[in-house]
Design a protein around this ligand. Structure first.
Ligand SMILES: NC(=O)c1ccc[n+]([C@@H]2O[C@H](COP(=O)([O-])OP(=O)(O)OC[C@H]3O[C@@H](n4cnc5c(N)ncnc54)[C@H](O)[C@@H]3O)[C@@H](O)[C@H]2O)c1
Ligand SMILES: [Zn+2]
Length: 356
């Protein structure tokens, strides 16, 4: 098992990466001097696979199972959880644990941050994306009709329990999509990791623990410097400006988030190269890693206008447009303005290079 402590404004957040951790949850929670969780929350897919086992390991009677899917990452689920915890008599000194992908961790993290003005929470991520991204850094929240993650808090989990064995049941496509976030972090802070990108590597391979932990380390270092995204943390949006627009323009149906981010990273690599920010060998290294995520759903049949419209309504934009993150030889450059013409050019290139 590998351990990492993230220093946050509200104290340390402990990260444990290993195998068989869920069965050992009580001991691990005790060793971190945390109260034993009184509520396990998962969803209808992960609950039967792991949530119920975790509840049993924690000597709890049941696992609460939220409906599965991004469309259920909404306020009524948060309200329902808080009501359930009240009925259960959970106090401010108690803790809860979320087990599942980013949807479950974002929802439960948010509920824990407002229940009685905040109770401690533990994240047990079971998707690659949630392991390396959603459960690290303390952003919680749910979606509104106006857009994604529009209400939320910064509320650090006291403990992140990453049991790599759970990846065994994760659908291959989800695994590849999560790998896009690994590539993103590797690019920003651990380029050697790019050579280890191989989504089809058997889960039993010990390299998975290393890959997950090293990716978490990159994000952890950034979050320690800039917990509330005043500057440096924006680097983690690499590939996300166009990625979000592609997701929105296709009604969140064609691409998984990571797949759209993969296209977004291809796009910014092209724009950065065109601007002379990114030399060819570096661009090739980034693109070679993204190639290993193929097949990606294609960027074809999309009106550039729709994509530009969604770019304009990006949450991270201000009056002067979207602040893009571009890759550079040494890392990334923040707060870049990208013209409509550059976006149109790059969309043409992506469309013509689309596989499948
Ligand atoms: N808080 C943050 O900093 C942050 C960062 C990135 C993403 N997010 C959020 O994360 C969400 C996406 O997370 P996600 O990609 O994990 O999606 P998800 O939570 O919807 O999980 C994907 C699918 O995999 C299933 N699943 C999860 N673990 C499994 C396992 N081990 N075996 C079999 N099936 C499993 C889920 O039930 C679901 O159907 C988005 O809502 C996004 O906004 C948050
Ligand atoms: Zn992302």
């Amino acid at each position: 098992m590998q351990e990492l402590e993230i220093q946050t404004a509200h104290g340390p957040s402990q990260v444990l990466v290993g195998r068989g951790l869920l069965a050992d949850a009580t001991r691990l929670v005790d060793e971190c001097a945390l109260p034993r969780p009184r509520s396990v929350v998962s969803n209808t897919t992960v609950g039967p696979l792991y949530g119920r086992v975790l509840a049993t390991a924690l000597a709890l009677e049941r696992c609460t199972e939220l409906p599965d899917g991004e469309e259920h990452k909404v306020w009524p689920q948060v309200q329902g959880l808080c009501t359930e915890w009240l009925d259960q008599g959970l106090h401010r000194s108690d803790a809860v644990i979320a087990i599942g992908g980013g949807v479950v961790t974002d929802t439960v993290g948010f509920a824990s941050s407002i229940y009685m003005r905040g109770v401690r929470w533990i994240a047990a991520p079971t998707t690659l994306l949630a392991m390396v991204d959603a459960s690290v850094g303390g952003k919680t929240g749910v979606n509104l009709e106006h857009g994604k993650n529009l209400i939320g808090t910064f509320w650090q989990p006291s403990l992140v329990l990453v049991d790599v064995d759970t990846l065994e049941t994760l659908p291959e496509r989800e695994r590849r999509a999560g790998m896009a976030e690994v590539i993103k972090s590797a690019w920003i802070g651990d380029r050697d990791l790019l050579d280890l990108i191989d989504p089809s590597r058997p889960i039993s391979d010990p390299l998975w623990e290393e890959l997950v932990m090293r990716t978490i380390q990159v994000k952890a270092r950034i979050v320690e410097e800039d917990e509330r995204e005043a500057g440096l943390r924006k680097a983690l949006n690499l590939g996300h400006s166009l990625g979000h627009a592609l997701e929105a323009a296709t009604g969140y149906k064609r691409f998984l988030h990571g797949e759209a981010v993969a296209w977004g990273m291809r796009a910014v690599a092209a724009i950065a190269a065109e601007r002379g920010l990114l030399a060819n060998p570096w661009r090739r290294q980034l693109e070679a890693a993204i190639d290993r995520l193929e097949p990606l759903p294609p960027v074809v049949g999309m009106a550039p206008d729709r994509i530009l419209h969604h770019l304009a309504s990006d949450k991270k934009s201000d009056d002067s447009g979207v602040a893009w993150v571009l890759p550079s030889d040494g890392g990334v450059v923040l707060d870049q303005r990208v013209s409509i013409e550059e976006v149109q050019d790059v969309l043409e290139t992506l469309g013509s290079s689309a596989a499948v």
